[in-house]
Design a protein. Structure first.
Lengths: 617, 159, 231
């Protein structure tokens, strides 16, 4: 492998890759990230490769295996260029037909095109699909050009040009000024101004400094960071290099949660390749800058997404946070100045240095610049990774991009910010995706998870769900978090089970406020948010549970009864077979009955019944 | 057992207390759990008090101090999967196997675990079976998968 | 050579020794900030959160634990604002609901103004204050005890095998454990837990009317609170 010792070496590689690409008549891009593989992309890739070989097309047609392209719900997909044609829900058995008809002859196969859910019309070009139209895909757009196992691909897209520019004569103070002017705010959740963080680390005394990439991404429902790291690990590395140079660090860590084995693998491979090319190590690109990166794996703890806990985890200890009276930019990893930033934050840095602060700040709102990747999931039609300019209203994301409710039910709320965030009701959907606007509404941007909830979701149950999650993940050190969450859960469980007393609601509010202020770390401080936001916007559901002993959404088991509708039941027996509690009886072709005494309302029969014959009261 | 296998894990890491988590992750990956004797060796070789080794072993979800079953079924209980019904999957497993998440069946065939998000949220509910991801799971699909893993072929009789 | 800094605690100027915590400084000058997990001379954890205070900086106030906050020149500390008193009371209420069966914890709770307990009592025998763990590690240097488990499962335990393999028999863990002081009326049975409201702290001073005054609580008496040592 050639050593890259000068910026012009990058140019040579770029030209080589472009040359190779131009020789291919057609390109087939197939994403193969973790979710894509769950949908069967690996088998599809093997099949396409075999077909291309069998039909003698290996010289003419380039097959590129990439990371996530964003429209996860439609996978496996094949993107064909030129023409920007998107084939959706492709199976391995379709490979032969697609290769022989589309790749060989240029024929468009209607059955694989995206079908508009309302009009039924087939849409040929990816850019015409509504899911993509309202997006501003600055980061995700690059994934289609990059095979994560190829550093050359990254270089061909302009990779490592930013660090070359920086090392050729941009001073650390100038880098920091540029990042400040761009208005980049941390994408991990808190939204702290990145430039200011770097400035404080730069000014902190000490020779040994560190930069860390936080890829712990513990928020359930969020997977943007996994995709960025799997699809384009070199972009993150380059961002870290620029940051390290700006603050004076020579060592970096990428802390990846162990539940992301593919991201760990891709990051390690990318680091290996960068080292081989001399882009990590001593005297990078002929300068005095020395920098190396290591991957550190998490052990399975949500709390390790918190900066001080993450650092003690890298130090080989339990991930218990410490009070942040002294910030980690002054005393962080091994008590040295440390800059910890989220994956998406680092990924934004190279383009800021190449295109300038003004370019970055031209998108977004006054307080939130640039774009944000959101993981749009839940009860919405088009689930996947979505990148929008800050300031885009929630309504646009849920309806225009998301396509509206999945099951035809009414959408009630979105939950943003994971367990540290809150629920925003439908009537506030004109709020923009913006750090401050979401904070004022009682939620937060968080890392970018956006879970859509419909009217069959019980908000008391949602509060209970998050409290259970946090109770499980709390490190347990401090009383307000450990005991406070436990007691809040006790109260919400009472309410959900029909034993709620009216005085418990104000007690819940008071306890939530104490936990929010007195807890030691961010996990505890934000733990009450789901409770506080559901109390704020959905108090009627709490009241219904407490005073009316009813669950309006039909979820809380103690308050509902399952019964079989005699008019719809065909006696097929599927429910009887699937009930794990033996509570259904009935003869073939005769109406079945549920014994309410044995029924545990687990919901399995409802999900199995093809005739919608089970009612919930 | 102990010394031979641990050498490759401990190489280059002896007397480096900060490598504790990485060492234990490698040990977990290699053995499928953390044997007591191995932990005592790790404590000695890395220079970490045994109590602290145990703190780490109990703190992180990755670690199991008991051997796991041949089939590890992991149900994702993250928000997106929860909203799409991961509870049903947990109920299915409890009812079908009679064990709680975190436990292994008495015959050692199946271990069931719940994890708070595997990051495949658009395709939920997700079940991971021995590192292979299964999307859009339903209780019915899970029942068949578990039956297959346990080698069971029985069908519930209709009344 | 000792260095000093000037700080303000509850409106009064105080000359504090550099490197000490706000909690130690306050107790030293006679301002009682209730605490549980703090032991004089032992590294602080900031776990119980009873010792929280408001630090006023640049016009904004931040709630933080005074045991882990080191004094700095010009620091402004408020230990008894309405907000702090309310939170402290709520935290103490949580503690006493977990483990009422201890005179020390009942005393501290009353000291913080707890009159009614609005949660069902649990009668636990450990509040995870960590005093035993830190005494074992820092004074006995035995490393026989540690926090094992996370969140709700967190408990005190020793490495596998027998405790006696590691323990040095100094009895520090028992001496410093708040649960080792039984309530005035004797040990409570399950289902009969209560806040007796008869403790000396209550009788000495109405805690809410005179915040910041030392009431010679049971916790301090047994465990060598600096106030007792200072007298």
């Amino acid at each position: 492998m050639p050593r890259v010792s000068h910026a012009k070496d990058l140019e040579i590689i770029r030209t080589q890759v472009d040359g190779k690409r131009n020789r291919a008549r057609l390109e087939m891009v197939i994403p193969n990230g973790t979710c894509c593989q769950a949908s069967g992309s690996a088998a599809l890739i093997d099949a396409v490769r075999a077909e291309l070989a069998r039909q003698g097309l290996l010289q003419d047609v380039a097959l590129r295996v990439t990371g996530c392209l964003g429209f996860c719900e439609q996978e496996p997909v094949i993107l064909i260029e030129p023409g920007n044609i998107l084939y959706c829900h492709v199976a391995a058995k379709d490979a032969a037909e697609i290769v022989s008809r589309t790749a060989q002859k240029g024929e468009i196969l209607e059955q694989f095109l995206f079908a508009d859910p309302v009009s039924g019309k087939r849409i040929q070009m990816e850019s015409d699909i509504p899911f993509y139209k309202a997006q501003t895909r600055q980061l995700i757009r690059m994934h289609r050009f990059v095979d994560p196992f190829s550093i050359d691909d990254y270089i061909a897209t302009g990779g490592y040009k930013a660090i070359a520019k920086v090392l050729a004569g941009v001073k650390p103070e100038e880098i920091i000024a540029e990042v400040k002017a761009a208005g980049l705010r941390g994408r991990g959740g808190a939204g702290f101004p990145t430039g200011r963080k770097w400035e404080e680390a730069h000014e902190a005394p000490g020779d040994e400094k560190y930069v860390i990439c936080n890829a712990d991404e513990g928020d359930p429902g969020a997977y943007m960071d996994r995709c960025l790291l799997e699809a384009n690990p070199h972009e993150v590395l380059e961002g870290m290099m620029i940051g390290a140079y700006a603050v004076g660090a020579n060592k970096g860590y990428i802390y990846v949660r162990r539940e992301y084995p593919l991201a760990v693998k891709h990051a390690r491979i990318a680091i290996g390749q960068a080292r081989e090319y001399g882009l990590l190590g001593d005297n990078i690109l002929g300068s005095n800058f020395c920098f190396d990166v290591e991957v550190a794996r998490g052990g399975g703890a949500f709390v390790c997404g918190e900066s001080t806990a993450l650092m003690t985890s890298i130090e080989g200890k339990v991930g218990e946070p410490r009070a942040k009276d002294v910030h980690t930019v002054k005393e962080g990893l091994w008590n040295r100045p440390t800059v910890l930033n989220n994956v998406e934050t680092w990924a934004n840095v190279p383009s800021i240095m190449l295109n300038g602060a003004k370019w970055f700040a031209s998108r977004g709102t006054d307080s939130s610049k640039g774009t944000k990747i959101l993981a749009l999931t839940g009860q919405v039609k088009n689930t996947g990774l979505v990148e929008v300019a800050m300031g885009t209203p929630i309504r646009t994301i849920v309806y225009d991009i998301g396509g509206g409710p999945k099951n035809g039910n009414k959408i009630k709320a979105v939950q943003t910010g994971g367990p540290s965030g809150g629920c925003i009701p439908e009537r506030l959907f004109d709020l923009p995706v913006d750090f401050d606007a979401l904070w004022d509404a009682g939620s937060m941007m968080g890392s970018g998870g956006m879970v859509v909830m419909d009217d069959k979701t019980c908000m008391v149950d949602v509060a209970r769900y998050f409290l259970k999650f946090l109770q499980d993940e709390s490190c347990g050190k401090c009383v307000p978090c450990r005991v406070g969450i436990d007691r809040m859960l006790e109260i919400v469980t009472d309410i959900a089970e029909g034993h709620g007393r009216p005085e418990q609601i104000p007690l819940l509010q008071e306890l939530a406020e104490t936990v929010a202020e007195a807890s030691l770390c961010g996990l505890g401080k934000s733990a009450p948010n789901p409770v506080l936001s559901t109390l704020r916007y959905f108090i009627d559901e709490y009241t219904a549970h407490v005073h009316g002993r009813q669950c309006p959404a039909g979820v809380c088991k103690a308050l509902i009864t399952y019964a079989i509708d005699a008019e719809k039941c065909t006696g097929c027996g599927v429910c009887l077979k699937s009930c794990p509690h033996d509570s259904i009886t009935g003869e073939k072709k005769k109406v079945h009955i549920i014994d309410a005494g044995l029924c545990q309302k687990c919901g399995i029969c409802i999900s199995e019944c093809k005739f919608d014959a089970i009612t919930v009261k | 057992m102990a010394m031979m296998n641990l050498d490759s894990i401990l190489e280059g890491r002896r007397s480096q207390p900060h490598m504790l988590v990485e060492v234990m992750l490698d040990l977990q990956d290699q053995e499928g759990y953390l044997p007591e004797e191995a932990l005592k060796t790790v404590s000695k070789e890395l220079g970490v008090p045994l109590i602290d080794v145990y703190r780490v072993a109990h703190f992180y979800k990755a670690f199991s101090l008991k051997p796991r079953g041949k089939n590890v079924i992991t149900i994702c209980t993250g928000t997106a999967c929860h909203v799409r019904g991961s509870d049903l999957l947990v109920n299915q497993v409890k009812g079908q196997l009679g064990i709680e998440p975190g436990d292994t069946t008495p015959d050692g065939q199946i271990t069931v675990e719940c994890v708070n998000c595997v990051g495949a949220c658009a395709l939920g509910p997700i079940v991971v079976h021995n590192e292979s991801y299964c999307k859009n799971m339903t209780p019915g699909k899970l029942r068949k998968k578990i039956d297959k893993a346990a080698g069971v072929k029985k069908e519930k009789k209709h009344a | 050579m000792l260095q000093y800094v000037n700080v303000m605690i509850d409106g009064a100027p105080v000359r504090a020794e550099k490197g000490t915590s706000v909690l130690d400084t306050a107790i030293h000058v006679g301002v009682c900030i209730p605490h549980l997990c703090h032991i004089p001379g032992i590294h602080d954890m900031g776990a119980c959160r009873l010792c929280i205070v408001e630090q006023v900086k640049n016009g904004r106030s931040k709630v933080t634990a005074s045991c882990t906050l080191l004094v700095e020149e010009g620091m402004v500390i408020k230990s008894n604002t309405d907000k702090i008193l309310k939170m402290r009371k709520n935290i103490a209420e949580l503690l006493v609901a977990q483990a009422p069966n201890s005179k020390a914890i009942q005393d501290v709770a009353v000291r913080c103004g707890v009159k009614d307990v609005r949660y069902p009592f649990r009668n636990e025998d450990c509040v995870l204050c960590g005093r035993c763990v830190r005494i074992c590690k820092e004074r006995a240097k035995a490393n026989a005890l540690g926090f094992i488990g996370r969140g709700k499962d967190r408990h005190i335990d020793h490495p596998p095998g027998r405790l006696m393999d590691y323990c040095k028999n100094c009895n520090g863990c028992i001496m410093f454990c708040p649960m080792s002081v039984t309530p005035c009326g004797g040990p409570m049975k399950k289902g009969q837990e209560r806040l007796c409201g008869q403790c000396d702290s209550q009788l000495n001073a109405d805690a809410q009317k005179m915040p910041g005054v030392c009431v010679w609580c049971e916790l301090g008496k047994g465990f060598q609170c600096s106030r007792y040592l200072a007298v």
